[in-house]
Design a protein around this ligand. Structure first.
Ligand SMILES: NC(=O)C1=CN([C@@H]2O[C@H](COP(=O)(O)OP(=O)(O)OC[C@H]3O[C@@H](n4cnc5c(N)ncnc54)[C@H](OP(=O)(O)O)[C@@H]3O)[C@@H](O)[C@H]2O)C=CC1
Ligand SMILES: CC(C)CCC[C@@H](C)[C@H]1CC[C@H]2C3=CC=C4C[C@@H](O)CC[C@]4(C)[C@H]3CC[C@]12C
Length: 483
């Protein structure tokens, strides 16, 4: 497909491809890689383009998701603690024991609990301050259509380690005053409803900010506010120099995930003494998130950051969805005690570490091949490479290496398998009596299968025949022999 000869209007009708090409051609100082990402972004935005008459139809799914997700999150947490993990009990309670007011409150999940709000604001202020103050080398995200180059400080790993250290110190300090972080477990529902209320107001603010005071020219405003609320308007919103996506996704969402798992584990110890199942879940989660923060600068170049905008999907997702649903395996263990015993403890930990390692190693293999331009060994032999050519938006040609052996020869997204296995492993200490603790695995499965499909589409658009050649060589998308 010759991109430069196509003159297509982008969704909001702000600029055509010809106009874009002209803008990009002016950017003589951009590197090839930057151009590549510019083209990717363009391809993805073209992919998402719809006719104006579809706008209303398109708003239906976002509307359902924005109204249903908070209800879903609340119900799940409620079922864990008040309905003995049973969906049936929950529906019985809703239909027979709750007043209409209670059902509506349950549905909208918009409540404010001051102690939770204070904890949240202290936490988010801490995250922002540390992000600004901690030293770190500067690095850049890919250049955008309008030539914006997001700049970040590589201090995610030190932020994570210091935060874990401070958490331990704070826990010991609070004990002196008869306080404990497990207060959050005891008030988790209020905590989540406060987060939910804040996240809704915040997403509304982000939408209005994007429409009227965008930080960069990288914003996409549609005539439909529901779509804008859900998908977001701005790609790189900043408030007083603070990058919103970095704060919500990494510095809040991922740290909250680690700390909540630790808090739930502490609560289990408070209740039952030594609780091996909670410990296993907590250790695996914390180690996995250590890996995440080690690789945070890589995450800032993924689809979540360069394609998805700061709206309900991403920001509400990281502020509410992640703390509530991603921590479910450890939350459930507090009210449903399980004993693993030393053999299973050892086995689950071992397999968990192995999964984290394989997931990390697959990411590393791909990066290593590209960094060395193929002058390396993959599992002891020469790498099998496809030198995939693609055309940049300014018409120039560039090349990427596609690895077709090692993990990337087993299937095209093999690294999602250890990610799923790990999720299963930190959920399985819950035993097999309930489905709820496996909700994270189920959600992750759907998310990753959809992501694999989305990524394949992106690569097909970008590399054309080269990608088809790779697909011919490596037939399966995720599951060897199956899919
Ligand atoms: N727990 C959770 O909720 C989730 C976790 N994750 C994890 O995040 C990490 C990142 O995943 P994700 O963001 O999906 O991105 P990936 O690591 O899957 O990277 C995909 C990109 O890699 C490049 N690529 C594809 N095939 C090859 C190949 N054969 N050789 C070389 N390069 C190739 C392409 O980019 P290019 O344009 O550069 O060629 C492609 O777009 C993973 O570890 C994943 O498991 C992801 C989603 C959800
Ligand atoms: C229906 C919606 C509210 C769903 C919200 C989804 C988002 C919260 C998640 C979408 C993609 C997720 C992530 C992608 C990659 C990641 C790398 C991994 O190593 C850690 C987890 C994560 C950052 C993960 C976090 C949640 C999402 C942003």
């Amino acid at each position: 497909m010759s991109l430069s000869s196509t003159n297509l209007r982008v969704q909001n009708g702000r600029y055509s491809l010809k106009e874009k090409t002209a803008i990009i051609s002016d950017k003589n100082d951009l590197s090839m890689n930057d151009m590549l990402v510019t083209k990717e972004l363009h391809l993805l935005s073209v992919h998402h383009r719809r006719g104006q008459n579809k706008v209303i139809f398109e708003a239906i799914i976002p509307l359902i998701l924005c109204s249903f997700c908070p209800f879903f999150v609340r119900s799940v947490v409620y079922i864990c603690t008040h309905a003995n993990g049973s969906l049936l009990d929950f529906f019985k309670q809703i239909s027979t024991q709750m007043t209409l007011k209670q059902v509506l409150e349950h549905f909208f999940y918009l409540q404010w609990h001051w102690p939770s709000a204070i904890i949240f604001f202290l936490f988010i202020s801490y995250s922002i301050l540390m992000t600004l103050l901690l030293p770190g080398e500067k690095y850049h995200g890919p250049v955008t259509d309008y030539g914006h180059v997001p700049e970040y400080k590589d201090n995610g790993f030190s932020y994570y380690l210091i935060s874990l250290g401070l958490f331990v110190i704070l826990t010991a300090g609070l004990k002196v005053f008869g306080l404990t972080p497990t207060y959050i477990y005891d008030n988790f529902e209020q905590f989540l409803s406060t987060l939910n209320t804040f996240a809704f107001i915040f997403c509304l603010f982000l939408m209005l900010k994007g429409k009227y005071f965008p930080s960069t020219r990288e914003y996409r405003s549609s005539p439909n506010w529901i779509i804008d609320f859900y998908r977001g308007v701005e790609l790189y919103p900043r408030i007083f120099g603070v990058d919103i996506k970095l704060i919500t996704n990494c510095r809040f969402g991922m740290l909250a995930w680690a700390l909540l798992s630790a808090i739930f584990c502490m609560k289990a110890f408070e209740l039952y003494g030594y609780a091996d199942s909670s410990l296993v879940t907590c250790i695996l989660t914390v180690v996995y998130l250590t890996k995440f923060f080690w690789w945070e600068s890589g995450y800032m170049k993924t689809m979540d950051i360069i394609v998805d905008r700061a709206g309900f999907y991403l920001c509400w997702g990281c502020l509410v969805w992640v703390p509530a649903l991603y921590t479910l395996p450890s939350y459930f263990l507090v009210s449903h005690r399980q004993q693993l015993g030393p053999t299973l403890t050892f086995l689950v930990l071992l397999l968990g570490f192995l999964s984290i390692y394989i997931n990390y190693d697959a990411d590393r293999q791909k990066l290593h091949v590209r960094r060395t331009n193929g002058n390396c060994f993959i599992w002891g032999s020469q790498p099998q490479l496809i030198r995939a050519k693609y055309r940049l938006l300014n018409g120039n040609e560039s090349e990427s290496l596609l690895l077709a052996n090692g993990y990337w020869g087993i299937s095209r997204h093999f690294h999602y398998i250890p990610e799923l296995v790990l999720a299963f492993l930190w959920s399985c200490p819950n035993g097999f009596h309930y489905v709820l603790p496996y909700l994270y695995v189920i959600i992750l499965f759907i998310l990753l299968m959809h992501r694999a499909h989305r990524d394949d589409q992106k690569c097909k658009l970008k590399y054309g025949q080269y990608w088809l050649d790779y697909c011919e060589k490596v037939k399966f998308r995720v599951w060897p022999g199956i899919y």
